[in-house]
Design a protein around this ligand. Structure first.
Ligand code: HEC
Length: 190
């Protein structure tokens, strides 16, 4: 119960930053959203270009190499820790969610099941860590048409083989259009 109350309160704070003109905007949430926007735009651009050039087998390298490289570049430039995660990861070694992320991802699924639009779905909270207060932010990633080739229910055999070779622990299949595929996850010490 306590957790639910906290989630609701923090969601309300986040909503207030976008909905109410009287509440001063939360600069951390705004900054995190801008970083997510840059991450998503850069990655999607590169992914779509690679798919067009050489199809999905060729584009696996973009997801494998470029996604972490873009995240690392953004982290170095902004001072935020930037990454992607999911309840069903492909890169289980690198992208597995921690306990806080698992809770937020489960909450995103529940919010979607309750009819909420996935595109703007986000959550922010200030958490206590061993090193002090940390601002944490997650932005849901909807499953779009272009994602289904590699994360959908009908992955072609050659592509499935290429994925299996690189990701023997892959869980990131079986998604449908509009599902919450995962989330961008950002944090910054306060
Ligand atoms: C060409 C195949 C391909 C396509 C198309 C694709 N992905 Fe992926 N996706 C991958 C691979 C490979 C990884 C593992 C990346 C890594 O090693 O970090 C991945 C990882 C992810 C992750 C990180 C969490 C995890 O599972 O490890 C998310 C989130 C994600 N993809 C979302 C999407 C979304 C949303 C789309 C559509 C806009 C999409 N992907 C399209 C291949 C693909």
């Amino acid at each position: 119960m306590k957790r639910v109350a906290r989630l609701t309160a923090a969601t309300a704070i986040l909503a207030a930053t976008t909905l109410s003109a009287e509440t001063p905007p939360n600069p951390n949430a705004a900054e995190a959203k801008a970083i997510v926007q840059e991450f998503a735009t850069t990655l999607q651009g590169e992914l779509q270009a690679a798919m067009k050039d050489g199809g999905p087998v060729n584009a696996i390298a973009v997801c494998q190499d470029r996604a972490p490289a873009i995240a690392a570049d953004l982290s170095a430039r902004t001072g935020w820790e930037v990454g992607r995660t999911s309840l069903k990861t492909r890169n289980t070694a690198e992208n597995s969610p921690d306990a806080w992320e698992q809770t937020v991802l489960a909450d995103f699924d529940a919010r979607r099941a309750a009819g909420e639009d996935v595109q703007p779905m986000a959550y922010a909270e200030v958490v206590e860590t061993a090193d002090g207060k940390t601002f944490r932010f997650m932005k849901a990633i909807p499953t779009a048409e272009v994602c289904l080739a590699c994360h959908g229910t009908a992955i072609t055999p050659d592509l499935a083989t290429a994925i299996d070779e690189r990701y023997p622990d892959d869980m990131a299949r079986g998604y449908s259009l509009g599902d919450v595929r995962g989330a961008f996850s950002l944090s910054k010490p306060l």
